[in-house]
Ligand binder design. Structure first.
Ligand code: WQD
Length: 334
């Protein structure tokens, strides 16, 4: 049985559909802080099976005790965590307490109940601003640009040291680049509460007429068209990377880190162009000042995931926009 923490979130819920497709038994724990119980219905409608769900806080050892006693948990995929970069700057203690305590509580539960493996949701943010692109897993990952990224670095180090002290445990860190898009069924996607910080959910709101125009944060970066370049990966490819990691853990162990991206950089204006083609009309945008903390370019070296996990992202920007727009039309009743 796999325990999926944060399984009602954007990445967690899409990964659950992939776990189901791949024949894994799994159970979800989520405290609904940044997700909605309706996502459980959406997973059921998408997969045809209603997952077992615990409404609980992963930081709470007594809640984990109930889950581990009631289920034979062999492995964990740990998504649960706060992830808004801007909020982390304003509320660092909230981010350190939640993101670190949840990881510590899970390691202690693994000790107490014998779960063998954990796959941790890390982020390209840990590469910071000093490493050259494309980022490689063996580069220094110790200088994130914000408290959110620094909590990921602390959690990576907790898990590294935990595995070193417990060689029988298996720890995999997946460093996500920029997951976007939606499940092709249109029932799952990303629509955060409030005004979206991230590019893609913001663009979907503009396309849906919920927001007037996109503010492009800076067009004077040292990039081909002056706008920020990122490694956008289809959320379903990202989900598949998790089952590829679990499959690999069936025959190997230790401590491993993998980038999960496409290995290609795409600019904000290229995303705007692709979404304009998807919706059949120009997406409204205006150039605005750079966003503090942003870097010009980020994209992955994806050799290790390909060579070790046999994982390569399949979908391109067009499919990410099509599936995202399909979700938005259903979600906003367009
Ligand atoms: C992408 C590009 C912006 C919004 C962050 C976190 C990362 C992960 C994903 C949690 C940049 C530009 C954005 C807008 C814009 N989060 N942009 N107008 O910053 O690469 O990554 O979110 O796991 O850890 O660091 O993603 O989508 O915010 O920005 O022009 O309204 O879009 O400047 O170039 P980012 P993003």
């Amino acid at each position: 049985m796999i325990l999926v923490t944060g399984g009602l979130g954007f990445i967690g819920s899409h990964t659950c559909t992939r776990l189901h497709e791949s024949g894994y038994d799994y159970v979800i724990v989520d405290n609904l802080y940044n997700s909605d119980i309706s996502v459980l219905d959406a997973i059921e409608k998408t997969t045809g099976a209603r997952p077992k769900f615990y409404n609980a806080d992963v930081c709470d050892p007594s809640a984990l005790e109930v889950i581990f006693r009631e289920n034979e948990i062999e492995g964990i995929i740990h998504f649960a965590g706060y992830k808004a970069v801007g909020e982390s700057v304003a509320l660092p203690l909230k981010y350190y307490r939640n993101n670190i305590n949840s990881t510590l509580a899970l390691c202690e539960a693994m000790d107490k109940f014998g779960a063998q493996s954990i796959v941790f949701s890390s982020s390209a943010t840990v590469y910071g601003e000093k490493n050259p692109v494309p980022y490689k897993e063996d580069m220094p990952a110790d200088s994130a640009a914000n408290p959110y990224g620094r909590t990921k670095i602390v959690c990576e180090n907790i898990l590294r040291d935990y595995q070193a002290a417990n060689p029988d445990k298996k720890v995999t860190l997946l460093r996500y680049f920029n997951p976007i898009g939606a499940h092709p069924g249109g029932l799952l996607g990303e629509d955060p509460a409030g005004i979206p910080d991230n590019l893609f959910p913001y663009i979907l709101r503009v396309a849906a007429g919920k927001l007037e125009r996109l503010n492009v944060f800076g067009n004077d970066y040292d990039t081909p068209d002056g706008t920020g370049v990122r490694d956008y990966i289809h959320i379903m490819d990202l989900a598949r990377a998790h089952t590829a990691a679990l499959e690999h853990l069936k025959k190997s162990g230790g401590f491993n880190i993998y980038n999960v991206g496409t290995g290609k950089g795409t600019s904000v204006l290229e995303i705007v162009k692709a979404m304009s083609e998807t919706i059949g009309r120009p997406l409204e945008y205006v150039f605005a000042p750079r966003r503090p903390g942003d870097i010009a370019t980020s994209y992955a070296n994806v050799d290790k995931a390909r060579e070790v996990l046999g994982f390569t992202a399949e979908y391109g920007i067009e499919k990410m926009c099509e599936d995202g727009w399909n979700y938005a039309r259903k979600h906003f009743n367009l």
